[in-house]
Write a protein that binds this ligand. Sequence first.
Ligand SMILES: C[S@@+](CC[C@H](N)C(=O)[O-])C[C@H]1O[C@@H](n2cnc3c(N)ncnc32)[C@H](O)[C@@H]1O
Length: 272
Amino acid sequence: MPDRQPSLLEDYDTYPRIEEAFQAALDESLNPRGPELLYEMVASLRLPQGAAVLDLGCGEGKQSIELADRFGFRVLGVDPVRRQVGLADGKLREAWRPNRRLNALVHFQLGVAEALPLTDATVDLVWCREVLVLIEALDAAFAECRRVLRPGGCMLIYQNFPTDRLEPREAELLGANGRFQVERMEAAFTEAGFAVVASLELGSEVGEYIEERTGEAGRRLIHAARLLRAPERYIEQFGPVAYDIMLGDRLWHVCRMIGKLSGRVYLLRASD
Ligand SMILES: C[S@@+](CC[C@H](N)C(=O)[O-])C[C@H]1O[C@@H](n2cnc3c(N)ncnc32)[C@H](O)[C@@H]1O
């Protein structure tokens, strides 16, 4: 990035001559990679139909169902929040109406990463998207993933990490998301016996991809502006805890778009 200050001439003479063309160039997509990349990485593993997959921190189960539908995997989605597991079950019922095969392939269960409800060496792939930041005992979580994987099994992680553009005050507003350190995660999975097969820095790509298709990042930006300008309005209606959660979430999306958070994918292999 240039550290030179523009001169008056550049500000009011040179730059205005190219401004429109510059803007037009910026209106062109840089063809960001989106969530599909994760499925492409799974496809590259060439696991057979019926392979056992753990969707760790499955949330509402969307990706568990997708993995079973695309690849014919047997998927167990695990999440500690009862409501999430209930919603995931509901999604599955909706999904399998036209495709009953999914009902046999996908199951959801309450559980935590630190004590997985699975026996040793029974899983071919652990899929883990945007969960690790919420886990205090990372070492225990990776040890558990290693335990349940068959030797040579893989773990696919997608996670956003703070960059050095994130200011301490912003990190505070983002809570755990603002403090999660890439080095800490790498040390934990190395200690547990994982080797990195591939790692990709995605920066803002997934955010750009979603914005280009849905306008969702722009919507979150205006939400953040309203939350910051009129906190009382929302605190009065929804309470301070909900306000903080909502603000953290909206800022998370803004930070991801402007290089204060950066998405990364890791494909790990469990040592034999
Ligand atoms: C941001 S959501 C991501 C959900 C899903 N993986 C996705 O990408 O849509 C994080 C999920 O991690 C779950 N979670 C939190 N702590 C966990 C833990 N210790 N073990 C497993 N899952 C956990 C939460 O309940 C939540 O559903």
